[in-house]
Design a protein around this ligand. Sequence first.
Ligand SMILES: Nc1ncnc2c1ncn2[C@@H]1O[C@H](COP(=O)(O)OP(=O)(O)OP(=O)(O)O)[C@@H](O)[C@H]1O
Length: 348
Amino acid sequence: MHACGAAFIRCRQGVWMADAPLLRLEHVSREFGAPASPWARITGQLRGRAASQVVHAVSDVTLQIDAGEVVGLVGESGCGKSTLGRLAAGLLAPSGGRVLWQGEDLAAMSDEAQRAARRALQLIFQDPFAALNPRMRVQQIIGEAPVVHGRIARGEQRAYVASWLARVGLGADALARYPHQFSGGQRARIGIARALAMEPQLLICDESVAALDVSVQAQVLTQLMQLQRELGLACLFISHDLAVIRHVSDRVAVMYLGRIVEQAPAAQLFAAPNHPYTQGLLAAAPTLQPGRRTFVAIQGELPSPLAPPAGCAFHPRCPHAMPRCRQQRPVLRAIAPDHWSACHLNDA
Ligand SMILES: Nc1ncnc2c1ncn2[C@@H]1O[C@H](COP(=O)(O)OP(=O)(O)OP(=O)(O)O)[C@@H](O)[C@H]1O
């Protein structure tokens, strides 16, 4: 037991971790839109349409992130990644389940504790240009929140911001400039500096480099991950790009139509993907691997989250679908140490 009263159980990447995970989503769901009226539901059923107009963006997701850990969240566009990121950041309330920050339910915290949790949890967005106020100079963009939240005095702002700019590879000449005066890669670095200047414990990066050219992406990612290691930050890294996820993640969660279908340490997931969807994603990803020059797209499209298929949501696209897959939803279960998959094939 540590002197402060918290039990510390292990050291990961130089960071001592308390026994409660930093962030845990527990059976979290999020729906959008109102249910259709009873009359519309009946007529819809008679016409074979969706019974309601509810978008099931995230359904029954349990995911945790430990201190210093990078969890990659991957899946096709529309599968619910951003919604899950916003739930994790406390920007969206779950329709069901709980979001626990250091073991405490975010929704049940006092206002002050909630504000502290939100400060410790920073988001980096996909489009660095849209995310930066075009009328503010960089000093204000990065330095305003730390002043408002009392981390630094206003008189310290210039030096404080300059130190963060240096850490992301930008000079002090950036301080007085506006976002439009920078390249995409530089704006991404400003967005990173803005998040880090709040000295968070967890970064949520939602497609943070997707808008950049591939070579710039690699530079920004390398710098971001170096800072993540130096600062011992935890990170939820959201991307549709498997190469990016593979590069940054300790652990990977694969999402399909609102649910996690597979979760494993990154090396394990890429070496021995279990779920047919993960296998399909890997087969569809371009590779420079010798001997595998072709890639095979997963057949069909992501079904509508307005009417998720019965049974396993992947069954209409799965090359191995069995009658059971059309009726019964497989649950996530351990198939190897720390490796979870939701597929009936594992019962065969
Ligand atoms: N505010 C909202 N109102 C209604 N539907 C929404 C809302 N936000 C998201 N959705 C729907 O929820 C589903 C999941 O969206 P989400 O943006 O989380 O997916 P995503 O995997 O992040 O996709 P992308 O990579 O394209 O951003 C989609 O069908 C989307 O249209």
